[in-house]
Design a binder for this molecule. Structure first.
Ligand code: UDP
Ligand code: MG
Length: 155
């Protein structure tokens, strides 16, 4: 069986303010990934302190939390073979000025923390982050008729 994974993506407040939600979703859809959950959520300090726990000691931690609480974010789960690495590739590296051309961050942003998108960076992180942002009944399983064109017959 092919390695079908799920990953968590957040569209951050800068992209919401700049009316780029549709453009971000389009990048993942165009790749052929399957959307299995989506909602708006206003994140609180507790959730964000967990989510960005690895950055707690950084001088920008407080500003990052404030930035993430400015507007609701769009939380999504995308599914597909190897989707965790695929989505990170499409998103690009953390600093948009260093990200490869063609990535979301390089093409549409120029700054941190306002680099548009969060995406899980490993299998373990994806599992924890999906649970952090979604209840089981908010996540959908369905057949997408185009899967075999995108992923081959193995899916
Ligand atoms: N960030 C920041 N300043 C920095 C590094 C990171 O404001 O010097 C923010 C930025 O929004 C980044 C988030 O903190 O996306 C999480 O950082 P991480 O290193 O996990 O990068 P990511 O996984 O988002 O690429
Ligand atoms: Mg990260």
């Amino acid at each position: 069986m092919a390695d079908v994974q799920r990953t968590l993506v957040l569209i951050k407040p800068d992209a919401v303010q700049r009316e780029l939600v549709g453009k971000v979703v389009e990048r993942f859809e165009r790749k052929g990934l399957k959307i299995v959950a989506m909602k708006l959520a206003h994140l609180d300090e507790v959730t964000l302190s967990e989510h960005y726990g690895h950055l707690k000691e950084k001088p920008f931690f407080g500003d990052l939390l404030k930035f993430m609480m400015q507007t609701p974010v769009v939380a999504m789960i995308w599914e597909g073979i190897g989707v965790i690495d695929e989505v990170r590739k499409i998103v690009g590296s953390t600093n948009p000025r260093e990200a490869d051309a063609g990535t979301i961050r390089a093409d549409m942003s120029m700054n941190v923390p306002s680099n548009m998108v969060h995406a899980s960076d490993s299998v373990e992180a994806a599992q924890v982050e999906i649970k952090r942002f979604f209840r089981d009944e908010e996540v959908f399983t369905y057949e997408k008729l185009t899967d075999r064109f995108h992923f081959g017959e193995g899916i």
